[in-house]
Design a protein around this ligand. Structure first.
Ligand code: IMP
Ligand code: MG
Length: 175
């Protein structure tokens, strides 16, 4: 790993408050229905759990793993499916939960893949969005924060598998 340090970008309080708002919004949008959250491993585990706790309509969850990043901080551009869902999503109200949308390749690929399984509805939700980095156009219904083009860690996001457990969002500064 290159020599670096981490600085706080979004504090734990700020992130928690925004997730609470997102949970309230989803609860309103799905009033009278239930939602099936699809957590994209590993990065969105923390966000999915915190968000699910703030949703007041019935929630079920499933997990999927897919990656477009190698070990470092540059995207390879290739999306691999490492673990598929355990259950079918046909006729369910599905929300895909991501940690961050960068090039847009991962979410675009997942949306196409899951749409083929005929859910009742399919929406996208991400904690962070780096709009300046977009390569593939993708509509995301729920966005926590739009951030600058910086490499961030914490709240599930990693730098070489480290820092996922930071309770805030930090920026990696290379010294
Ligand atoms: P995309 O396919 O380029 O949109 O990349 C999305 C994935 O790249 C995310 O799920 C993250 O795993 C990873 N990623 C993108 N930007 C960052 C970052 O700033 N920190 C950590 N991981 C990132
Ligand atoms: Mg990820």
């Amino acid at each position: 790993m290159e020599k670096h340090h981490v600085e706080v970008m979004l504090s734990e309080e700020v992130v928690d408050a925004r997730i609470r708002e997102m949970g309230e919004q989803i609860s309103r949008d799905y009033a009278g229905k239930s939602v099936h959250l699809i957590c994209i491993l590993k990065g969105s585990v923390y966000f999915t759990c915190e968000l699910a706790k703030r949703i007041t309509v019935p929630v079920t969850m499933d997990f999927m793993q897919c990656s477009s990043y190698g070990a470092a901080t540059k995207s390879s551009g290739v999306v691999k499916l490492a673990k598929d869902l355990d259950e079918p999503i046909t006729d369910r109200e599905v929300i895909i939960i991501e940690d961050i949308i960068d090039s847009g390749r991962t979410l675009n690929h997942l949306k196409d893949l899951l749409a083929q399984r005929r859910p009742a509805s399919l929406k996208l939700c991400t904690l962070l969005d780096k709009p300046d980095r977009r390569v593939v156009d993708v509509d995301v219904e729920y966005v926590g924060f739009q951030i600058e083009d910086k490499f961030v860690v914490g709240y599930g996001l990693d730098y070489d598998q480290q820092y996922r457990n930071l309770p805030c969002i930090g920026v990696v500064e290379f010294d």
